[in-house]
Ligand binder design. Structure first.
Ligand SMILES: [Zn+2]
Length: 311
């Protein structure tokens, strides 16, 4: 039964704000678990398909040669360690305290409220729970509500909410680990192109496709030129895919302002961190959080942002 009144309530700023709080709670889990799941998958791949597999060895080291026996032993050792790890997916096991293992009861898992009720501490062992968890929930809820206010109570607003959730997750994972998972960047490209084809984003399919290509291409070019000058990999492919997603979502026209904003804020923060906090210059500085900022600002202030930069 489709009830237009109910749908409008769910898609209103308060409705999507509450949905955002719940999604934000899930994003905290994704940010925590997805990198660990990726590391596990890489090690699993290296054991199953690379270390001791003649089919992986021979194309590079010669058609008749076999991998040294040490590799098979290493593969077995890694495999044994992998089997000791507990199973973990995005939905299982249930959230627990990282310190004492206390499984959260339902009332300890309510976005923001539980953190306030528990005064930011685990109910079992008293360990502090980082303020970032409720902050992520609040920001997600706030941005979902803002999307409802900005784009109106219609189904296509959910596409913007999905893009916001993906950008936030990428920013946090890149900040924590300097990884930008394909499992997040490629879906952003997909919903950008799909949203344009469906007429949900207001971007023409041609502009969305050009945005994806230009977003990837411009960072590839920056990395290529920087590599020629400094002989280092300056730009990770994850950044290129992420900007491709922003370009697909908002059209190529949004890229200059989004990228300039990201670079400007990133440069200021980077300089402050190097000068003021003694951060090691050679350490990679993740660019994803700044790209996410540029993308999020473009989602809400696209035209205004363009007029500031391009006049
Ligand atoms: Zn605990």
């Amino acid at each position: 039964m489709f009830d237009p009144g109910l749908a409008a309530a769910l898609l209103s700023p308060p409705g999507l704000g509450v949905l955002g709080l719940l999604i934000g709670s899930f994003l905290n889990v994704v940010v925590h678990r997805l990198p660990a799941m990726m590391w596990r998958a890489w090690w699993k791949d290296s054991v199953e398909f690379q270390l001791a597999d003649p089919l992986a060895w021979q194309p590079l080291f010669g058609g008749q040669s076999t991998p040294p026996p040490q590799l098979a032993q290493a593969a077995q050792a890694v495999d044994a360690e992998l089997r000791k790890l507990p199973e973990e997916t995005l939905t299982r096991p249930r959230s627990r305290c990282p310190k004492c293992g206390h499984v959260l009861r339902w009332w300890e898992n309510i976005p923001v409220l539980s953190w306030l009720m528990l005064r930011g501490r685990c109910s079992a062992c008293g360990t502090r729970i980082a303020w970032r968890y409720p902050a992520v929930e609040l920001v997600t809820g706030g941005l979902f509500a803002a999307a409802a206010a900005h784009y109106g109570a219609q189904p296509s607003t959910l596409l913007w909410c999905l893009a916001i959730a993906l950008l936030l997750t990428m920013a946090l994972i890149d900040f924590d680990t300097t990884l930008l998972p394909d499992g997040l960047t490629l879906p952003l490209i997909g919903i950008g192109l799909g949203g344009a084809l469906a007429g949900w984003t207001g971007v023409s399919p041609a502009d969305a496709a050009a945005g994806a290509l230009a977003g990837y291409g411009v960072l590839w070019l920056v990395g290529f030129i920087w590599g020629l000058l400094r002989k280092v990999d300056a730009m990770a492919e994850g950044d290129m895919k992420m900007l491709a997603g922003i370009g697909a979502l908002l059209g190529w026209q949004a890229l200059p302002s989004a990228l300039l904003l990201a670079a400007a804020v990133g440069a200021v923060v980077g300089l402050v961190m190097i000068a003021g906090m003694g951060r090691d210059r050679s350490k990679p500085i993740p660019f994803g959080p700044y790209l996410a900022l540029g993308g999020l600002c473009s989602i809400f202030f696209g035209p205004a942002l363009r007029s500031v930069w391009l006049l």
